[in-house]
Design a protein around this ligand. Structure first.
Ligand SMILES: *Cc1c(COP(=O)(O)O)cnc(C)c1O
Length: 393
């Protein structure tokens, strides 16, 4: 018998950083301006253009921040969320979605998911509304759009604000419109290392609400009435600024923006590659005892941030055994997410039980996220497929 070659471990996720990104970062480092400055501004403009904003139309504002968490916090702060208010979101998300509500002293109302899409259950949103409800935070899970027309309709009928957690949803569309361009109050994207594009750490707050944008820009940098770039380039006294609120330190550096400028250019190609891998997984797993992740509706784009398989009840293997088996084959997997109702903080604060979230709970117990990223080779993809099939076929 010939010895099997020992393959290196295939991580669950890896960023794809190219020579253009590296050269741009080096240029920034040599420029003498490493914090928020001209490249952060260019990145905001490029992002607005990506979303389809024409340069002469100033309606859509893009505000670069140092994380999506920061962007979500700024958006909720700007719409006036505070103590006594309730914000509705899904239990099936990362804690960042909900924690920002608590930063502001408001309360989170977690609701279950639709098992078909793994997105927030629209009917459950409406059922969770109380006189204290101020906002809805939909999360476009895995990169599949939430039915935003339904969410915006509920918001309009009940006088609620909408802040989209679009950490997974670049470039996702619904009814051929990019997430970020719909009629919500704000949409926040993440450029964390494992997202569909990265700046290391970073995020973008997008809004058409000029007042919200103005407040977020001020609160992004200590509550200063002008940002550092303007402060050092404007003709009027460069040393003068005014503090109008106790703001935060949420600005994106030019080093990070340098990465973002080039990652954004590559985003369409990144999306195509992710789609290609998802399609290959779909066909390779179609005969297995699994629930495949849902596709975007015909004509729409799924960003494929995550590829989440759910093991069927008769798969003959537990989720934990499956992940151990993949690990033994040298392949990293993950689970998105341990639902919020499961975590001690959220569970205890709101007295949550799994019975209140049957669909999220069931999905959690049977779900596994497979590696899906642009730096994977075709051989990597086939290796994942072979390992999955050896555990389930
Ligand atoms: C990654 C993520 C965030 C947080 O993004 P950061 O840029 O790391 O702050 C928020 N919500 C969801 C659903 C995420 O996946």
């Amino acid at each position: 018998m010939t010895a099997q070659p020992i393959l290196p471990f295939l991580p669950f996720a890896l960023p794809e950083i190219g020579d253009d990104e590296i050269a741009e970062v080096v240029d920034t480092l040599k420029s003498g301006w490493v914090t928020t400055g001209p490249k952060a501004k260019r990145f905001e403009q490029a992002f607005a253009e990506f979303l389809g904003q024409k340069a002469e139309d100033s309606q859509l504002e893009c505000i670069a921040v140092n994380s999506a968490t920061a962007g979500l916090h700024l958006a909720l702060e700007a719409i006036g969320i505070g103590p006594g208010d309730e914000v509705i979101t899904t239990t099936h998300t990362f804690t960042a979605t909900a924690e920002v509500v608590r930063y502001l002293g408001a309360d989170v109302k977690l609701v279950d998911i639709d098992p078909a899409t793994l997105n927030i259950d629209i009917a459950a949103i409406e059922a969770a509304i109380t006189p204290r409800t101020k906002a809805i935070m939909p999360v476009h899970y895995a990169g599949l759009a939430v039915d935003m027309l339904a969410v915006l309709d509920i918001a309009r009928r009940h006088g609620l604000r909408v802040v989209e957690d679009a950490a997974h949803a670049l470039p996702t569309t619904i009814e051929q419109e990019l997430i970020g361009t719909l009629g919500s109050d704000a949409t926040v994207f993440s450029f964390y290392a494992n997202k569909t594009m990265t700046t290391g750490e970073g995020g973008m707050l997008v809004t058409r609400n000029a007042e919200l944008a103005k407040r977020a820009r001020i609160m992004r940098l200590h509550g200063m009435s002008r940002d550092a770039f303007d402060r050092f380039t404007a003709k009027v006294p460069s040393w003068y600024y005014e503090i109008v609120a106790p703001g935060f330190k949420y600005n994106l550096t030019d080093i990070a923006a340098a990465l973002g400028l080039h990652q954004l250019k590559r985003l369409p190609a990144f999306q195509q590659r992710r789609e290609q891998i998802a399609t290959r997984y779909h066909e390779a797993f179609s005969d297995l005892p699994v629930i495949l992740p849902p596709d975007a509706p015909e004509g729409d784009v799924h960003s494929w941030h995550l590829y989440v398989l759910r093991l069927a009840d008769d798969a003959g293997i537990s989720r934990d055994e499956f992940i151990e088996g993949m690990f033994a084959a040298g392949i990293g997997c993950s689970v998105h997410y341990v639902p919020l109702h499961h975590h001690p903080y959220w569970r205890d604060r709101y007295g949550l039980t799994p019975e209140q979230f049957p669909h999220s709970q069931k999905a959690y117990e049977r779900m596994v996220s497979l590696p899906l990223y642009t730096a994977m080779s075709d051989a990597d993809v086939e290796r994942v497929i072979a390992a999955v099939r050896s555990l389930l076929a």
